[in-house]
Design a binder for this molecule. Sequence first.
Ligand code: 4NP
Length: 163
Amino acid sequence: MVEVNNILMVCLGNICRSPVAEGIMKNRLDHYNLNIAVDSAGTSNYHPGENPDLRSTKNALKNGIDISNIVARQFKVQDFDNFDIIYVMDEQNKIDVLNLSRNDTDKSKVKLMLTELPGTSYKNVPDPYFGDEAGFQLVFDLLSEACENVAQRLKHQKTLQKK
Ligand code: 4NP
């Protein structure tokens, strides 16, 4: 079992989906007293240095998560060394990240976020950027459930490791 010490959330712009994923994941890990670092990045260089899209920030805050201080950055090859799991929000993100991978170890770290939500009809976390407010709540709901599942599994693994 690979010990997980840090998790990276990745989308296209790092201003809508992955900052929400970062905020929720941190909240869930805190809830289970897990000392695991979480960061986020975008595959594109569209928005580096920017805070999250205000629609994402407002929607997350409405649901009790503050992501206003997150600053967007672009995914870089060194992220494969710095993170144990790289969750990508959609299949295009996965292609783009895998294109930068150097070996099988890098590749093995990349997972579609919603593989952590078995039973959902969504394969991808839908990009809300060009849509309406409902899209932001859908993103939040999907990520909440997926991150809860991840946190519960990591808690369980840590409990087993202590025994
Ligand atoms: P994100 O959403 O990948 O969830 O951050 C997007 C943000 C910006 C753009 C597209 C998607 N854009 O085209 O600028």
